[in-house]
Structures are given as C-alpha cells and as structure tokens.
Write a protein that binds this ligand. Sequence first.
Ligand code: SF4
Length: 500
Amino acid sequence: MQRRTVYLETMGCQMNVLDSELVLGQLRALGYDPIADMTKADVVLLNTCSVRDHAEQKALSRLGSMKKPKGLRPDIVVGVIGCMAERDPDGIFTKMPHVDLVCGPAELNKVPALIEEVQANRSRAVALSQSLSRKSTPVQRALEYDSVEALDLSRRPDPDAPVLQSYIRVQRGCDKFCTFCVVPFTRGAERSRPASQIVDEAKMLADRGTKEVTLLGQTVNSYVNQEDGKPVRFAELLARVAAVDGIQRVRFVTSYPGDFAEDILAVMRDEPKVSSYLHIPVQSGSDAMLQRMRRQYTAGEYVELLDKAREYVPDLAIASDFIVGFCGETQADHEASMKLIERCAFKNIFVFKYSPRPDTVADKRDEDDIPDKVKRQRNNELLALQERISTEANRQLIGSTVEVLVEGYSKAAIKAQEAEQSRGEEVTWRRSDQLVGRTHRDQIVVFTGGGGNIGRFAKVRIDAATALTLHGTLADDASDDGTKPPMADAPLTILQPERK
Ligand code: SF4
C-alpha cells in the first residue's frame, strides 16, 4: 500500500481531541502517516471550534497559511472538519477558496470518502450533519448514534500502542440552548450512546493498557439511554465503567448544574476509582445573567449543589467556567461572580470574554454592549481572585504526600527530547527527567524521575506550589527498565483547548 501523509491539527474541547483521534485512526488504516509539518503533508485537516469568535479567527489564520503551499502543490487536500465546518461552510469556501472539503462533527466517518472524492474529481466535497434531526425519538437517536459511533473501537490511531489515558464519548450534541452557545447548532440534538457499547470500549481500552478513561459529553450527567426497556442513567453508567477490570481511574466532563442528580454523587463517594473532581460550569454568579443566558438554575441553587457534592465527597475538587461581559452585565453582576468565586473555593476556573456567536438567541436578541476593555478588566479580576484562592489552597499541601498517575514527561523534558532527535541523537528513555502526573483531584504535579515511572501510580512529596501546579519529590521511584513509556509519541498536534 502506498503510504501518504496527513497533518491533523485540533482546536477546541476534548470532544474534538477524541474526534481527531478517530479520524486519524481511519486514515492510518488507509495508509496515511501523521506528519508534523503541515506544508509537506498530502492531506491537511483542521478540526475546528466555533464556541468563540477567537477560535474561528485562529482557524482562518491557520488555513490562510496553507494558501501558498497549496498554490505550489495543488494536489494537497485541505479540509476543515468539526464545528466551524458545520456552522459556516459557505463562509469558509468564500474566505479560503483553497479549501477542498468541509465535514461536520457528526459526519466524520465520511472523511476518507471525502478525501478520495476530492482526489479523484479535483472538486470540493461536503458532508454536513443535517440528518441528525432534533425531532427524532430517543430510540431513533440511539440507532442513529450506533451508526455514527460503532466504528469507535476500530478507529483508534494505533490499535496496538498502549495508551495510558483515553477519552470515551458517551453522548453527542446538546438540547439546552443556552442563549450564548453555538453547540446545539453545530453538534445537533443530544444523543446518548448505548451503555453496553461504552462499557465494551472501556474493556477494549483496558486490555490495551489504558488505566484512566474520561467519559465525554456536552452535558455528561444528563446521559440516559434505554436498555431492555429501562433507562440507564449516568450514575449507573459511571459505576459500570468503574467496574471494568484494569481501568483504575474514571473521570467525566462536562457536567451541567441543572441535571446533577444525587445518585451520581453517591457513586463518586462509594467508588474509589471515580476521580474526586467535577468540572461544572456556572458561567455567572448573577441570577439576572443566568436567566439571560437561559441556564435554568440560580446562583443559590448552584452553591447548594456544590455544598451537597462536598457532603458526599469531602475532598472534591471543583472547576468552573465563567463568561465575563455578557450582554448587559453590570458591575453588580460582575461582583456577584466575584462573590461566588470567594464562596465556592474552586480548584481552578476558566474565564472567557463573551463574543456573540451567529444564530444564537443572544446574538439575535441582545446587544453586545460591554466594551472590550471592560471585558478584559473583569476577566483579569476573576482570574486574579482565583489565583490567590488556588495558591493558598495548594500551599497547604506542602509537606504532604499525594498519589499521582504519572502521565509523561513535562513540556521542558519533551523539548529536550525533540532537540536530541533534531540533532540525530537516539532518544534515551532511561534519562532521569522532569515528569508530570495528576492526582485523583485533577491537580498537576511536576517532579523529577525516570521514564520507567510513566504509566504507574506514584507517591510524590509536595515541596512547593503555585496556583496551577504542585512541585514535588518522588517518594517511591520505580526502577527504569529502559522500555519506551506509553504516550511518548503524541500522534496529534493539539492546540490549547477552548472550553465551552
Ligand atoms: S453551554 Fe453547554 S449546556 Fe449550554 S448549550 Fe452550550 S453545550 Fe449545551
């Protein structure tokens, strides 16, 4: 088989990271090897995000940089996949006439056929997700899901390579229609995947060496699927995945506050494999803003939910998202968000400046009336407050010992390895270096140790702390047998995720 090369760059959330893995898996099976230099690839794909205008501008800029290489080598296939492709295919073709294919997020199993179509006919190819009707019943949606996702098991990039951590999608789409959000338009109606399929995938991954799985859904806790005529809800699914032999840690993102049932908290309390971590976006501390965003809960109800969650899981770490400068946000609304941050003791927060997204209710109904300067200032104030809270909390851990799943080399160590490779030297996995691991509370810990520790649970004594990172000393160094550790070759080029 003639081998060709593909460059695949991912923007956006974990959903996109997983989608990229699956697309790459399909293409590898068809004879494509991943390549790091987009200008030298036979196929260039950009997996895009539409959640913020900034993300779309970034995608357009990356596509713009392909104009010249495409001019020199017209046989290159340039494709846009994911949410931006679904949202604005005409705009992409108009602004970037050198793009050959666009493919929406629910049609990604068609990417190989679309590439072939472009190569054979030298014409554009398009696949969008109009078929995912919001009118269909849950049973029809489940069948639809089967047809889209059933290929998951065979689509991993390299089926034989041990991968320490994996995403498993449990749900697609969203029915919430928050007024600022484009996801229900780009990813379609909420469809939960059959539980048996998810558990099978967890077993397959465990057999291949995966120790940690992250269950993915836009509103993952609202998962529900029928089995033998009875509903399987998220709490049951979580318990079933945690029961899979070999899986040692289960995480899930992203939770929606309005749907959070106590049975999920009970599983988190009773099942030690489930991480003590919740990513549960609040978006604002002001009830007026929450109502304008159509978030279906009040700030008080959100705080009550967090209090309840901490009753069940006392060491629970909670992350949240905030939007600053949403339409009509007053100083008092902003201060309500500050107050909520003080009250909730988050582990960390993600803050985004509001930007109107086409077709959303907020875009059609409200004026984007907060000046960018004010948005920036509010953004900085929220982050500064959270940084103080996180630093204080992390410093309290100095002197304690935490358990981490050792994920790999820190960025500094990876750079050193790349430098060795570029000098033509053989990379030595035995070298003692900076490693990075994560606790069951999703805290990042950087420490010194040999590559043989990667993939195992290790004890690290904490010596220093910043708002986002703990630094420590390995308390139980594993002997390094020199075998190449899992995840040492990242197959994809991943950009910093944009949270929704
Ligand atoms: S913000 Fe989340 S819950 Fe709201 S519409 Fe978007 S994806 Fe759905």
